[in-house]
Write a protein that binds this ligand. Structure first.
Ligand code: SF4
Ligand code: FES
Length: 273
């Protein structure tokens, strides 16, 4: 069923939206910044970090402060993203997260945006933390790995204060595709990968190693072999150009440009005859 067109007010400004759309998406689409640690568009909203809170200004609404990543828009909804109340809560949250992930420069940057440059809470520093004391346990890496990539390489380990994210028993994983999706979605920049010749090393995930594929043209190692095979099984198309498939993105672009030029030259020749 088609969603109804509605109007919402964000910080006193009117915006068009669809009924049921998430408020965080409407704000982002219109260039309004709402901080978020556990929201990622490709995954279902989770509502865990509370960083994205907003204040509802409509009369008769019971819960005035709520998470914008779970709030569904309705016609006439009016919210404020940085009201006094919101900022008060957000600053405390930032202090809590700074204590949990004291080494995350991304988090420090976000905190500074709200004038927070220190934390009153006890910092949880662990020696030899594979996530460099930068993880806020938002769970995005775990979810993207299982729900989007269907790989299930990492998970939460331990309980309470001892909870961490990593591979089971902190052992190297056979399942890792080396796709780096976890690092892409991590809001604190906690996850480290590095490429060493034909091997990609998931340094944060128990130094799991993944073989890389070589470009047939320039010889550069550019994509994990396992990921390439997975894409092949999922999106195999019979008319694919095998020559292009084994090239790195740079060489592929150049080869396509060459092919297009040849086609254009042939066409010109045909007309010239
Ligand atoms: S490593 Fe990053 S994405 Fe994973 S739980 Fe920690 S903060 Fe979230
Ligand atoms: S981003 Fe909304 S609760 Fe985490």
């Amino acid at each position: 069923m088609k969603s109804k067109d509605i109007q919402v007010l964000i910080n006193g400004q009117e915006f068009k939206a669809k009924e049921g759309e998430l408020v965080i998406d409407i704000a982002r689409r219109n260039g309004i910044f709402i901080p978020a640690l556990c929201y990622e568009e490709s995954l279902k909203p989770y509502g865990a970090c509370r960083m994205c809170i907003v204040e509802i200004k409509n009369e008769g609404v019971k819960k005035k402060i709520t998470t914008s990543c779970t709030l569904q828009a309705f016609d006439g909804l009016s919210i404020e993203t940085d009201s006094e109340e919101v900022l008060k809560h957000r600053k405390v949250l930032l202090e809590l997260y700074l204590a949990q992930a004291p080494n995350s420069s991304k988090l420090k940057e976000l905190a500074l945006r709200y004038g927070v440059n220190r934390t009153r809470f006890r910092q949880k520093i662990r020696d030899d933390d594979p996530l460099n004391n930068s993880c806020v346990l938002c769970g995005l890496c775990v979810r993207v790995c299982s729900e989007v990539m269907s790989a299930g390489v990492i998970n939460f380990i331990g309980r309470g204060e001892k909870t961490r994210v990593n591979t089971p028993y902190f052992e190297q994983s056979e399942l890792c595709l080396g796709c780096r999706a976890c690092a892409e979605v991590c809001p604190t920049g906690a996850i480290e990968f590095r490429d060493d010749g034909d091997i990609r090393i998931a340094a944060s995930w128990s130094n799991t190693k993944v073989e890389l594929k070589k470009c047939s043209m320039c010889g550069k190692y550019y994509a994990p072999v396992k990921l390439d095979k997975k894409i092949d099984t999922l999106y195999y198309y019979k008319d694919r150009d095998d020559e292009l498939r084994d090239m790195c993105p740079d060489c592929r672009r150049k080869a396509i440009a060459r092919k297009m030029t040849l086609i254009a030259e042939n066409e010109v020749e045909k007309y010239a005859k």
